[in-house]
Design a protein around this ligand. Structure first.
Ligand code: PLP
Length: 386
């Protein structure tokens, strides 16, 4: 018997089964002796940290990456006791608040090291730190070691925090093979310099670099650990078996016949050149169905791809259903993902949005209620985490 689905206007179905399948493929691609850090920032790329953590835990992944303290708290609330790493620099107050959560902090500047050195501890154990190196890369929050000043700063950071530095990391700005090989070589050169010129010892350090695009590239970063997020959600390399993990859905809430010459939506942006049957669907830009989709996107109804017409309203869109028979009010519409044998793919969504899938996932997952699906399970309601 079919169970009633919760009556949301629009919602994201999260496939935990597929996230786990993607994780297993990713773990199989890791170079020998390389650890995996599962990155769950932005509420697990919109999928919900609490949904993803049990999968990470039962696959014995012992390193997790977050950015905010709220994310760290959510990870610990799931019962996770392994290593937890903040994937960016921090301030004293943020680091102090994170002490009870045992968040490892990254440091890549003298100012940052001074902040960490001045964290007030009451009953919590001191945090562990990772030295973050720019390695000619992102010029974000990693230390650029090429200048004499950078080398001096590095020595001072180690003087300030040395005993608690357990890792050295970088983040590559490009994963095109030639660029990546250069970055990898530069990173290892910088790590060698650190080990030769400070009290840090290579055997006590976790050297980590490489993300999803590095993992699926032909290059080996020769690191002790790679930090990957996007790979869990099937955004890349479908030829390796990765599949998308989120389906964005809404419903048909009105059907009408409109004669040739009718204009559709705000600014009369679309004019019908023939009589049409149009369906109004219960989601709009307030649900992350971007205004820039106008004129470029299609949706799935009855397993068929139908064009969206006119501008995107705040809470509704209009779809041409002239070619379909028997469309009913309340019927499910898929805005992203699969319906029967049809699919709105990552490539289609990226082309019509002009942005990357990670941007869309995080937006959709945080702006819509999520319905979690495990194969064989009935969908279950989840509270919306913002
Ligand atoms: C986001 C992030 C990652 C993971 O990137 P993906 O491309 O999603 O695998 C790794 N390291 C850092 C520092 C990050 O900010």
């Amino acid at each position: 018997m079919k169970m009633a689905t919760p009556m949301y206007s629009s919602w994201c179905e999260i496939s935990c089964t597929q996230i786990e399948a993607n994780l297993k493929i990713a773990l199989g691609l890791l170079p020998d002796k390389t650890k995996f850090c599962a990155v769950v920032k932005a509420d697990a790329y919109g999928h919900g940290i609490a949904n993803v953590m049990p999968i990470i835990q039962r696959n014995n992944v012992r390193y997790v990456g977050i950015t905010s303290n709220a994310e760290a708290q959510t990870v610990r609330d799931t019962g996770y006791k392994g290593d937890l790493l903040r994937l960016r620099a921090t301030t004293r107050d943020e680091a102090e608040a994170a002490l009870p959560l045992q968040v490892q902090e990254q440091v890549g500047s003298l100012e940052g090291a001074l902040e960490l050195a001045s964290v007030r501890r009451t009953n919590s154990a001191p945090a562990n730190y990772h030295l973050s190196l720019n390695a000619g890369g992102m010029s974000r929050d990693g230390l650029e070691l090429s200048s004499p000043k950078g080398k001096e700063v590095c020595k001072r950071i180690v003087d300030l925090l040395g005993p608690h530095i357990i890792g050295v990391s970088t983040h590559f700005p490009s994963n095109l093979p030639e660029d990546l090989e250069t970055s990898i070589a530069r990173f290892h050169k910088d790590v060698d310099w650190v080990v030769a010129n400070t009290s840090l010892q290579r055997e006590n350090l976790l050297v980590h670099a490489g993300s999803t695009l590095t993992l699926v590239s032909p290059c080996n970063p020769h690191s002790d650990m790679m930090r990957c997020g996007a790979v869990l959600y099937g955004i890349v390399k479908s030829e390796l078996g990765f599949k998308t993990t989120m389906t964005l859905k809404a419903r048909v809430i009105s059907l009408g016949e409109f004669p040739a010459g009718s204009t559709i939506g705000y600014d009369r942006a679309t004019v019908l050149n023939e009589d049409k049957r149009l369906a109004t669907v219960s989601l709009g830009y307030a649900n992350g169905y971007l205004r820039r989709f106008a004129g470029l996107s299609s949706v799935l109804i009855q397993g068929r791809k139908q064009p969206v017409l006119g501008k995107i309203s705040m809470n509704t869109i209009v779809v041409d259903v002239t070619d379909l028979t028997g469309v009913a009010l309340g019927e499910e519409v898929v805005l992203f993902g699969r319906q029967q044998s049809a699919e709105i793919t990552t490539q289609m969504a990226e082309a019509s949005s002009g942005t990357i899938m990670a941007d869309l996932y995080t937006d959709w997952g945080q702006r819509n209620p999520r319905v979690v699906k495990h194969t064989q399970d009935v969908p279950k309601k989840e509270t919306l985490l913002i």
